[in-house]
Design a protein around this ligand. Sequence first.
Ligand code: HEC
Length: 145
Amino acid sequence: MIRVFLTLLTTLILVFSAASYAHKDAPGIVKERMDLFKKSQQDIKALYASIRSDELEDIRTNAVALAQWGVVMPDYFPEGSGGGVSEASAEIWKDFDGFKDAAKTFELAALSVVAAVDQGDKEAIISAAKSVGDSCKSCHRKFRN
Ligand code: HEC
């Protein structure tokens, strides 16, 4: 169990270390998505905290919030909204289907946490939560500069 949490922690550090800049000057939709990504960062931290403290209802709430963000995320990337302070890779608009797939993978990973909560399966919750962190990283690797 401790080993699993260490893995989770490593995942978290990898996800967050490259991620946080303040972009107060970003325009419109770019600022909105940055704020939503920051919120998702809080949500995934809260998800891991609620797993540590065994709060099933909180685990579910945080996972649902992440899944909902996954559903709408592509809408926050209209064509031409890259460049400037944005770290969005041009790859997003070259391969928008691939980007949508990555958002879907993230959504499904978050929903798999909800399913594991419903089964009351702690091991499954932990591995599902890890797959959420992996889906953040894997999209960043491909679609964020
Ligand atoms: C489908 C792709 C995708 C997924 C999934 C994804 N991200 Fe991102 N993320 C991006 C892109 C693209 C940007 C750059 C946005 C920009 O700068 O315009 C970004 C930016 C961020 C930022 C920086 C926001 C800022 O203020 O500039 C944070 C923090 C972040 N993501 C955290 C996360 C976390 C945590 C997860 C998982 C819970 C996650 N992301 C999942 C694509 C994704």
